[in-house]
Design a protein around this ligand. Structure first.
Ligand code: HEC
Ligand code: HEC
Ligand code: HEC
Ligand code: HEC
Ligand code: HEC
Ligand code: HEC
Ligand code: HEC
Ligand code: HEC
Ligand code: HEC
Ligand code: HEC
Length: 329
């Protein structure tokens, strides 16, 4: 069957006089193709009748762009219901478009091979149109809030993040998201290499623990509808409600923390006492700025050493102690 298909493709571009025999074969094989293969009736004239077999005559693993790994990916699965290679699928042409003119065996002098959709930067269709191809199958699930998302409105293509001709798409792997997302988001990637950071390099976490890259629902593509809700997923003990709340904590964790990494312990934006002194003056007890001299001699100050203000105000995220209103217990 494959051999016949190859012969047929070979015959298509030869003068008719030399291929009458092949023509008969062509009709024969066309019948078999209809019986056991894919193209839906409406598209038979434009789509190649042999599906992937046509393409694989010229594109394989040794080509400049190796294509076969797709068959080890979910897209290559013949047994899914609605995949490109399932029984009703258009195979390679699902994504790359109708190929008939492209598959010409030998080009005449000066003739240019008809272009396919390539998903590269310079393409025959726009990013929006490319995305429509993917959304045709994916709109209902993961990407239902794609339209209006920051990535969509900044004209990203699905394929700026996703790779198709690969058995394991790296962007789906948390251990690789720092690199993958970091290609465009260098600031966040660099921050993660600070002295203190969330464990992204080990793959214990990924960008997608806090962000959902397709989603238009929340600010900053966060997985929850506020910064704090996002953090509470894992730091539930900070949620409260506490008998004594510290206002900046319930307001926004980022009043004091940097989610992508910091050179201050505990991912703080600044070290205490400076951190606290952004908002607190010296009413009640002196909490002025201290210089390096204060750390010397016997008068070493609890306001400066160790955890600084948190030496005494240890329950800085809120307290449930009846007399914890100054967050000391
Ligand atoms: C007769 C050989 C041949 C067949 C059959 C063939 N291609 Fe190609 N294809 C090429 C060549 C050669 C190129 C490189 C572009 C060029 O040099 O003109 C190419 C390029 C491409 C590109 C890159 C975009 C572009 O247009 O340059 C895609 C995508 C592609 N082919 C997909 C397919 C698919 C899908 C099929 C099957 C439906 C297919 N090809 C069948 C020879 C072929
Ligand atoms: C689910 C969609 C999809 C299917 C099905 C698919 N491809 Fe692709 N193909 C892509 C995307 C996306 C790219 C761009 C590179 C990447 O992201 O992996 C690509 C790249 C290519 C390229 C290189 C294009 C260039 O400009 O260099 C060729 C050639 C190609 N595919 C051929 C095929 C063949 C042959 C098949 C069938 C065996 C096939 N593709 C099936 C989506 C698909
Ligand atoms: C003909 C329908 C169809 C088209 C078109 C299609 N997909 Fe898929 N895609 C599927 C199916 C089916 C699966 C497997 C889903 C499953 O097993 O749950 C899948 C899986 C995926 C996955 C998960 C892969 C994994 O390793 O788990 C990603 C990501 C994806 N598709 C992205 C894309 C992108 C990007 C495009 C456009 C270039 C695209 N798809 C085009 C049907 C399609
Ligand atoms: C900014 C990068 C990015 C863009 C752009 C992007 N995705 Fe994704 N996609 C991801 C990441 C990361 C995941 C895995 C985490 C998740 O499920 O949220 C994912 C997951 C998926 C999955 C589910 C895979 C699974 O097995 O759960 C599908 C399907 C998918 N994307 C399709 C698309 C389609 C279709 C588009 C274009 C409309 C697109 N993606 C655009 C990054 C992206
Ligand atoms: C621990 C949770 C968390 C992780 C992990 C995380 N982020 Fe964020 N990210 C946030 C929060 C919270 C914001 C909102 C910042 C704000 O409101 O100012 C944000 C904002 C952003 C922004 C917008 C920044 C701006 O200036 O507008 C980008 C881009 C970003 N993150 C990318 C990433 C990338 C890429 C990764 C993975 C390398 C990542 N993030 C990992 C929590 C996280
Ligand atoms: C191809 C480039 C590219 C890749 C890859 C990419 N992004 Fe983006 N991202 C953008 C652009 C462009 C914007 C909008 C401009 C900006 O804020 O920098 C953006 C914005 C964002 C924002 C800020 C949203 C807001 O409301 O301001 C977050 C968060 C984000 N991306 C997370 C991610 C995550 C997580 C990944 C990996 C799964 C990722 N991005 C991969 C290009 C990219
Ligand atoms: C997916 C789970 C997860 C989410 C969501 C998350 N974190 Fe974390 N966080 C961790 C893990 C894991 C560590 C590392 C703990 C360790 O090293 O012992 C950590 C560490 C920290 C630390 C430093 C702890 C220390 O002892 O140095 C701070 C501060 C922190 N996270 C704040 C936040 C903030 C703020 C947010 C929301 C923007 C957030 N986290 C969201 C899992 C998460
Ligand atoms: C007013 C400033 C401030 C705000 C707002 C704040 N934190 Fe903290 N956080 C700190 C300080 C200071 C430390 C270090 C405490 C120490 O040295 O004992 C810390 C430490 C942490 C730690 C590591 C040590 C521990 O107690 O587990 C985590 C995790 C953490 N914060 C999460 C959060 C989360 C989640 C939020 C938002 C709900 C938040 N923080 C809001 C000041 C703040
Ligand atoms: C973003 C501003 C901000 C930062 C930073 C901040 N706080 Fe507060 N803090 C407040 C506000 C607002 C209140 C509530 C004041 C009130 O109720 O009068 C408060 C209340 C307090 C109280 C209780 C005071 C009272 O009058 O009951 C203590 C103690 C305290 N903070 C200590 C700290 C310490 C220690 C730090 C540094 C780790 C810190 N704060 C960082 C804004 C901040
Ligand atoms: C040696 C322990 C200690 C250290 C260190 C300390 N405090 Fe206090 N702080 C207290 C005590 C005790 C009170 C309660 C005073 C009272 O109840 O009248 C207090 C009260 C406060 C109050 C409430 C003010 C008021 O009028 O009641 C604020 C705000 C505060 N501290 C901020 C800070 C900041 C900011 C730092 C770091 C620069 C700091 N504290 C360091 C012991 C300490």
């Amino acid at each position: 069957m494959k051999i016949i298909a190859a012969l047929v493709t070979a015959s298509i571009n030869k003068p008719v006089s030399t291929t009458i025999g092949l023509l008969i074969l062509f009709m024969l094989s066309a019948m078999t193709v209809v019986a056991e293969q894919l193209p839906p009736p409406s598209a038979t004239t434009e789509y190649s009748k042999e599906g992937a077999d046509t393409c694989l005559q010229c594109h394989d693993q040794d080509s400049k762009f190796p294509v076969l790994a797709i068959f080890n990916s979910p897209h290559g699965n013949k047994n899914t219901k609605h995949g490109p290679f399932s029984s009703a699928g258009l195979q390679c042409e699902t994504c790359h478009g109708a190929a008939a003119a492209h598959t010409v065996k030998r080009l005449r002098k000066g003739q240019v091979r008809a272009a396919m959709i390539s998903f590269k930067t310079k393409d025959v269709i726009s990013n929006d149109e490319k995305n429509q191809l993917c959304l045709a199958c994916h709109q209902a699930t993961t990407t239902r809030h794609w339209l209006g998302s920051v990535h969509q409105s900044n004209d990203l293509a699905c394929t700026d993040c996703h790779q198709i001709h690969i058995s394991d798409d790296p962007i789906l792997n948390k251990a690789q998201q720092l690199e993958q997302c970091g290609q465009c988001h260098t600031k966040e990637k660099v921050a993660n290499h600070s002295v203190f950071s969330h464990p992204l390099t080990s793959g214990q976490m990924g960008c997608t623990d806090c962000h959902s890259p397709h989603d238009a629902n929340n600010n900053q593509l966060l997985v929850s509808d506020s910064v704090n809700e996002t953090c509470y997923q894992c730091h539930a003990e900070k949620r409260g409600p506490f008998l004594w709340e510290h206002e900046p904590v319930t307001d926004n964790c980022l009043n004091c923390h940097r989610p992508h990494g910091s050179n201050q312990a505990a991912l703080l934006t600044q070290r205490a006492p400076y951190l606290c002194q952004n908002c607190h003056n010296s009413d009640g007890h002196p909490s002025f700025s201290y210089g390096s001299d204060d750390a010397q001699g016997q008068q070493a100050s609890a306001f400066l050493l160790g955890r600084s203000c948190a030496n005494c105000h240890a329950k800085i995220h809120g307290s449930n102690h009846p007399s914890g209103y100054k967050f000391q217990r």
